[in-house]
Design a protein around this ligand. Sequence first.
Ligand code: DER
Length: 219
Amino acid sequence: GKQDDLKRAAAEAAYEYVNDGEYLGVGTGSTVNHFIDVLAERKPYIPGCVSSSKASTERLRTAGFDVIDLNSAGELGVYIDGADETNEHLELIKGGGGALTREKIIASASRTFICMVDGSKQVDLLGRFPLPVEVIEMGRSSVARALVKLGGEPELRNGFVSDNGNPILDVYNLEIMNPIELEDTINAIPGVVTVGLFARRPADVLIVAAEGGVQTHKR
Ligand code: DER
């Protein structure tokens, strides 16, 4: 469909940032799946990929790429991933696919984070998309109460356990005026593993595929 074509166009544009011979970080989601399709078609020389989910690992291996542990790769060059929402400062909400913890770790270990979105993800104020928060099970209710105090409406993501074995709370009703401040505040709540705000470490390059074509924004 239309949105699928836009995600594919964004993935093709992201491919231009791949450096032959360098380890490559790969995220999770339907836009990343298009990106892996492009990798499979173009067949660049990638000595190893670092993946943020079992799902992406599976697809990369099927496409013929080596998937290695981040600890073996060290500093990465480029990290390619999608997002659920982005504002004009390339600050993101991520975690719709449930891989936010490993995505955030790989992004922090990567020199350049290339984020691919279709136009529907661009907003002025982050928070219309429910903010994912990965938590430690024994602290789930305690974290939920702290999130309510922040004005959020946390909902347990039913029947979901992350690749790290943790539940995720999706927090509705937040209007995020200061993404960095909220990221720090939620990170500080005991029991929080990862909050799906990428504001401390936003994208370096945002590729937006919309009706009129593909646009690239840099920080
Ligand atoms: O979970 C994530 O952060 C993913 O990047 C995801 O939200 C993007 O999803 P999509 O590419 O399927 O829209």
